[in-house]
Design a protein around this ligand. Structure first.
Ligand SMILES: C[S@@+](CC[C@H](N)C(=O)[O-])C[C@H]1O[C@@H](n2cnc3c(N)ncnc32)[C@H](O)[C@@H]1O
Length: 216
């Protein structure tokens, strides 16, 4: 996502989001229920972009807690602008690669990866949000049977992700032409809208965490 560097933007996010922006997320490792004041399930989105997906989803499901993670402040600012009285949504300005520093084992119920950056060059594959490095972290923070919900327009990234996930995760609801339906609780993301308008196919899968040591 191309962005213009804006001076003082972090303070602006703080002003708009108030206590919905969690400044030192690692302080809450294992204690996120305290932030939300309840034990409701916690779902995170890594790379929330401008927040169209997570702000709408959190309003639809008040009994689920959501955490939006975005590493670019100018982009998270746009998510902050979409906040309302969303008591079940928090924002983190951080890199998804720090996940195990932020969340304890089994603390998370689900992960959304929507239109993640494809990182086409081989030397950058480790940065893909479905690389083994990231999956190892997801496996730890996700509960048993917790799910990764992944959608993309990029067939090469989808193929790569099928291969990394196939080693340890149970794959379900794989779609090579994903159409929204009532059976799957989902919201169209900003990038999805853009790609659908261009007539691109959307690929989607769910990966279930069976946890280390158990037979696939
Ligand atoms: C292509 S955009 C998609 C945005 C949104 N999910 C959508 O579908 O409209 C990918 C976003 O993920 C963010 N991102 C990429 N890698 C990340 C990481 N390791 N941690 C946090 N955010 C990341 C980028 O900054 C960018 O805003």
């Amino acid at each position: 996502m191309r962005v213009r560097n804006i001076k003082g933007i972090e303070n602006e996010i703080k002003k708009i989001a108030g206590d919905k922006l969690i400044l030192k997320p690692e302080d809450y490792r294992g204690r996120w229920y305290k932030i939300f004041g309840n034990n409701n399930p916690i779902f995170i989105e890594i790379g929330c972009g401008r927040g169209q997906f997570i702000t709408e989803l959190s309003r639809m499901n008040k009994d689920i807690n959501y955490i939006a993670i975005e590493k670019i402040k100018e982009v998270l600012y746009k998510t902050a602008l979409k906040l309302d009285n969303d008591n079940n949504l928090r924002l983190l300005l951080t890199d998804g690669k720090l996940l195990t520093e932020i969340f304890d084992e089994n603390e998370i119920d689900g992960i959304y990866l929507n239109f993640s950056d494809p990182w086409p060059k081989k030397r950058h594959h480790k940065r893909r949000l479905t690389s083994n490095e990231f999956l190892n972290q997801y496996e730890r923070v996700l509960k048993k049977n917790g799910r990764i919900n992944f959608k993309t327009d990029n067939l090469i990234l989808f193929e790569y992700s099928l291969n990394t996930l196939a080693k340890k995760w149970n794959l379900e609801n794989i779609s090579l032409n994903y159409i929204h339906s009532k059976e799957i609780i989902d919201i169209e993301t900003e990038y999805e809208t853009k790609f659908r308008k261009k007539g691109k196919l959307i690929y989607r899968l769910e990966a279930v965490n069976i946890k280390e040591g158990e037979q696939k």
